[in-house]
Design a binder for this molecule. Structure first.
Ligand code: RP5
Length: 165
């Protein structure tokens, strides 16, 4: 009898408003890969593909996704709309835009009370930090991830010189 293939569970779901966001969101995926965190990556826009967002969130929760990371630029409502649909924690990455990402930052961070979005910095730093924050959240539940995070922090400290010259 053929063995049934074990379904790979994604712990993190990365979504972004446009394919053009990938150059920033790739840093998030690459950082999760360093920690061997299974994740899926989708282009889903709150205004261009609202049905896709609803469908994805339904499936994501059923499939074991524990954290959603959403990146969007301009009038960046993707993270907020996502947080309004799901009870999973949502981390938002403001993508650099024509206004240098300030519009994206304010649209993502300024959620009225009731529906929170954990907003990171604009662009690459936010993309990397969203992944690291997801790692940190997951580390409270998964000891393997915690060990990796501790190692990462230790190696990070070693990389910083003690003097500036
Ligand atoms: C947003 O509009 C996307 O997240 C992207 O950052 C921005 C521009 O999208 P494109 O015109 O490049 O598809 O919805």
């Amino acid at each position: 009898m053929k063995k049934k293939k074990k379904k790979k569970i994604s712990l993190v779901g990365i979504i972004m408003g446009s394919k053009s966001d990938w150059k920033t969101m790739k840093f998030c995926s690459d950082t999760l890969k360093k920690f061997n965190i299974t994740h899926d990556v989708k282009v889903i826009s709150a205004h261009r593909t609202p049905r896709r967002l609803h469908d994805y969130l339904k499936i994501a929760k059923k499939n074991g996704v524990e954290i959603i990371i959403a990146g969007a630029g301009g009038a960046a409502h993707l993270a907020g709309v996502t947080a309004s649909i799901t009870t999973l924690p949502v981390l938002g990455i403001p993508i650099e835009s024509k206004l240098k990402g300030l519009d994206s930052l304010l649209s993502t961070v300024q959620m009225p009370s009731g529906i929170p979005v954990g907003t990171l910095a604009i662009g690459k730093a936010g993309s990397i930090n969203a992944a690291l924050l997801a790692v940190s959240i997951l580390s409270t539940r998964y000891s393997k991830i915690l060990n990796k995070l501790i190692n990462y922090r230790n190696s990070f400290e070693k990389k910083v010189p003690k003097t500036p010259y």
